[in-house]
Write a protein that binds this ligand. Structure first.
Ligand code: UDP
Length: 487
């Protein structure tokens, strides 16, 4: 507890938008309950974070930022390369991961100087459990993925069913889950498949540090995946608080659009475009902050969207060439032909604003957990197009367990993009979530789940209650009346 009686909490997100965005929301939630929230980040990441908390600060929330130096140069990365969205090769990814292990010393210094009551840190910083323990501070892990994905990855990591298969395409069931969920080896992340001792050791360290931590914050809500919320706690013995969907704390348009980085399109221009469309008529296509498709795949998407006959907003992680220069992935005159029908955003979209607009009726998504939750809360059926991370698990949750999506067919896990999905498959999948009885059923299921999410974060709701319980436990701990042990 601070001199002013406030519980001071450090938040230390991994430097990737998919991690930083929800951590900022978690920090805002704690601050809205009277805590002091301090977000630790690096100088290149700080400006966007400061912008996204500015309005909360002005409204009186006690939320700030402290800086830590990122050793880009020391590991051979270009200066200012401090976020995964500027990594374009696997080699850069490895250097980046190594650089994060060098943050331990300066981070320890910050803990020593500020002595917060608690640390909420990314599971990609497994060493923080020990660092926090040196100061008697409880460390809570935050990964920002679903209970379902947490259970699936734990089960795969410890049981290794994929090691007993004869081929990459042979289906196998994930052991010990409440439902029969089948995957193939090609759906699995590299760290499960690679034999490299170093990667395996790092993954093991992350697992062990989760177990040794005070508990885990999960950006989900009980009503979405009750069997897996229970399974994670009861079967795997994890202490966890579900407090999501955390992004629902952003109520007005400015907060919704200032997430991650400055949008590349004026938000009002974008909303004006959507205002002119009929309800549920536009499909939104976006693959998160990391996936980066090659020209051939982008061409297939352009052609597939045109063939679907649906109106769309498509976010492409490319810069626009200067006037007059052609973009190899787009056929000549494409945008002119599609004017008024399809809007391409190059760079960063105000995603939350877009998908909550009533004109948007479907979402083609890479199944990153933030996008998935945002889509569910907006009541959108989804075309699932998983690429990397835990996205293939999320696809199963969306299509098989929740029944609100339809897979486009990519089977190969890859850091940036998988198999090239053809235009016909894209057009079929888009039509299937946008029109007909099946689409309507998926949409009404998604809307019902979205309504449950709104209830969960309201006073009296399950996520609201779990956050209250966590704060209470931390207060007890900081006054010395609680214990650092798991129940
Ligand atoms: N996002 C956004 N604009 C974009 C791309 C992504 O606002 O153009 C946001 C999106 O709303 C989500 C986050 O970035 O909150 C991406 O997280 P997710 O877990 O979906 O995917 P990742 O980027 O980690 O692969």
């Amino acid at each position: 507890m601070n001199m002013d009686g406030k519980l001071h909490i450090f938040f230390f997100p991994f430097m990737a938008h998919g991690h930083t965005i929800p951590t900022i929301d978690v920090a805002k939630l704690f601050a809205s309950r009277g805590c002091r929230a301090t977000i630790i980040t690096t100088s290149a990441n700080a400006p966007d974070i400061i912008k996204s908390i500015e309005r909360s600060r002005q409204s009186g929330l006690d939320i700030g930022v402290l800086l830590i130096k990122f050793p880009s140069k020391e590991v051979g990365l270009p200066e200012g390369c401090e976020n995964t969205n500027s990594l374009i090769t696997k080699e850069m990814m490895h250097k980046f991961a190594f650089a994060t292990t060098m943050l331990e010393q300066p981070f320890e210094q910050l803990l020593m100087e500020h002595r917060p009551a608690c640390l909420v840190s990314d599971v990609f910083f497994p060493w923080t459990t020990q660092t926090a323990a040196k100061f008697g501070i409880p460390r809570i892990g935050f990964q920002g993925i679903s209970f379902f994905a947490l259970c699936a990855s734990k089960s795969l990591f410890w049981e290794e069913p994929h090691k007993k298969l004869s081929s990459d395409s042979e289906p196998f069931a994930i052991p010990n889950l409440p439902d029969k969920i089948e995957l193939t080896r090609q759906n699995l992340p590299d760290h499960l498949k690679e034999e490299s001792d170093q990667i395996r050791a790092y993954a093991k360290q992350a697992e062990e540090s989760e177990l040794a931590s005070f508990g885990m914050i999960v950006n989900s809500y009980y009503e979405l995946e009750p069997a897996y919320a229970d399974h994670y706690r009861n079967f795997f013995g994890m202490k966890a608080w579900h407090i999501g969907p955390t992004f629902l704390c952003n109520k007005d348009n400015e907060d919704k659009s200032l997430r991650g980085q400055e949008p590349s399109i004026d938000e009002y221009e974008c909303l004006k475009w959507l205002d002119s469309k009929k309800a549920d008529s536009v499909v939104y296509v976006c693959f998160g902050s990391v996936s980066n498709f090659d020209d051939a795949q982008l061409t297939e998407i352009a052609m597939g969207l045109e063939a679907s006959g649906k109106e769309f907003i498509w976010v492409v992680k490319r810069e626009k060439h200067e006037e007059g220069r052609e973009e190899e992935w787009l056929s000549e005159g494409y945008e002119k032909t599609m004017e008024g029908k399809g809007l391409i955003i190059r760079g960063w979209a105000p995603q939350m604003l877009i998908i909550q607009h009533e004109a948007v009726g479907g979402f083609v998504s890479h199944c990153g957990w933030n996008s998935t939750l945002e889509g569910i809360c907006a009541g959108l059926p989804m075309v699932t197009w998983p690429v990397s991370a835990e996205q293939f698990y999320n696809e199963k949750l969306i299509t098989q367990l929740l029944g609100i999506g339809f897979g486009v067919g990519n089977q190969r896990w890859s850091m940036f993009m998988g198999d090239c999905v053809k235009r016909e498959a894209i057009a079929t999948a888009v039509s299937r979530i946008m029109e007909g009885e099946e689409a309507e059923e998926m949409r009404s299921r998604a809307k019902a789940l979205g309504a449950l999410a709104s209830e969960a974060v309201k006073e009296g709701g399950s996520s609201y209650a779990d956050l209250s319980a966590l704060i209470e436990e931390l207060e007890l701990h900081s006054t010395g009346s609680g214990s650092n042990k798991k129940d």
